[in-house]
Ligand binder design. Structure first.
Ligand SMILES: O=P(O)(O)O[C@H]1O[C@H](CO)[C@@H](O)[C@H]1O
Ligand code: HPA
Length: 278
């Protein structure tokens, strides 16, 4: 067994023993995107530091706790805080919580993030559904010996973001009267933000939004057969010809401001996802 397999199994066994239920849906909250979760929905909040084998969150805006919640009556795991490559974690460590979900048998995974808008038509504060991604991190969480029990050596990536979940998300947005853009997310390693020349390159490559997360998680989840939905909150415009300065503080402020819109969308969507636990 590889070290990461052992850590994932240890963490999974611990979660199984210590959580009142194993929900069929899990949500990863991006930077500053957790304000909408009603404290009354949280059955249990487990600091990552309590889960053996788990990394700990080091970035502001990422609380670092696994919440066992009921979102409008539907059970969900909420990862309040994620891990990024720039924190110094290996690609496998960054996605360890996702591997645990695969081992627990959770079926639906919603990945959210704060991202810069590369598409000039997308507004700051808006939400974008991921139709696809480009991995420019220079890393892949599946590097190294393949864990055959988890998935194939060469996973097909022709459809990472589940079309049926996307359709349901579009429907939920319509029901909430919300605009939901659709586009391609490019992941970079960070932590430095992009230069105008880099921004121009990513736009020419076909990306609509840019961030430093989500893609490693989506690769691991897809490898293990989870159904994935990705939603970016567009916290800043990232346009090469009128590049405005930005900072993590500004990104967090905008994520906070947009968090209620994300919350309305997810509260409308999650109860309709269905599956093992409804
Ligand atoms: O992708 P999330 O975790 O939302 O965070 C985004 O916000 C941070 C930059 O401010 C980066 O970590 C970027 O990836
Ligand atoms: O403009 C950005 N670039 C990279 N990551 C980000 N996360 C939020 N905004 C950005």
């Amino acid at each position: 067994m590889t070290d990461i397999q052992t850590r994932a199994r240890t963490a999974t066994d611990w979660i199984r023993k210590n959580c009142p239920s194993i929900p069929n849906t899990a949500l990863v909250l991006g930077s500053g995107l957790g304000k909408w979760i009603d404290s009354a929905w949280i059955q249990k909040s487990i600091p990552y530091a309590d889960i053996p084998g788990f990394p700990v969150s080091t970035v502001e805006g990422h609380a670092g706790a696994l919440l066992v919640a009921e979102i409008k009556g539907t059970p969900a795991f909420v990862f309040s805080g994620r891990f990024h490559l720039y924190e110094g974690y290996s690609p496998r460590e960054v996605t360890l919580p996702i591997a645990c979900l695969g081992l627990l048998g959770t079926e639906n995974l919603i990945l959210t993030n704060a991202a810069g808008a590369l598409n000039p038509l997308f507004a700051t504060g808006g939400l974008m559904l991921l139709t696809d991604h480009i991995n420019m991190t220079g890393h892949n969480p599946l590097t190294g010996p393949n864990v055959d029990d988890w998935g194939p050596r060469f996973p097909d990536m022709s459809q990472v973001y589940c079309p049926a979940l996307r359709e349901q998300a579009m429907q939920a947005a319509m029901n909430c009267g919300q605009r939901l853009e659709q586009g391609v997310y490019v992941a970079v390693a960070g932590p430095s933000l992009e230069t105008p020349a880099e921004t121009r390159m990513y736009r020419i490559m076909g990306a609509d939004a840019i961030g430093m997360s989500t893609v490693p998680e989506a690769i691991t989840a897809h490898h293990m057969g989870l159904k994935i939905l990705g939603i970016s909150c567009l916290t800043n415009k990232n346009l090469p010809d009128c590049m405005a300065q930005t900072s993590h503080a500004e990104i967090l402020d905008q994520a906070n401001a947009s968090s209620d819109a994300l919350g309305s969308l997810l509260s409308a969507l999650i109860p309709n996802l269905g599956g093992r636990h409804g």
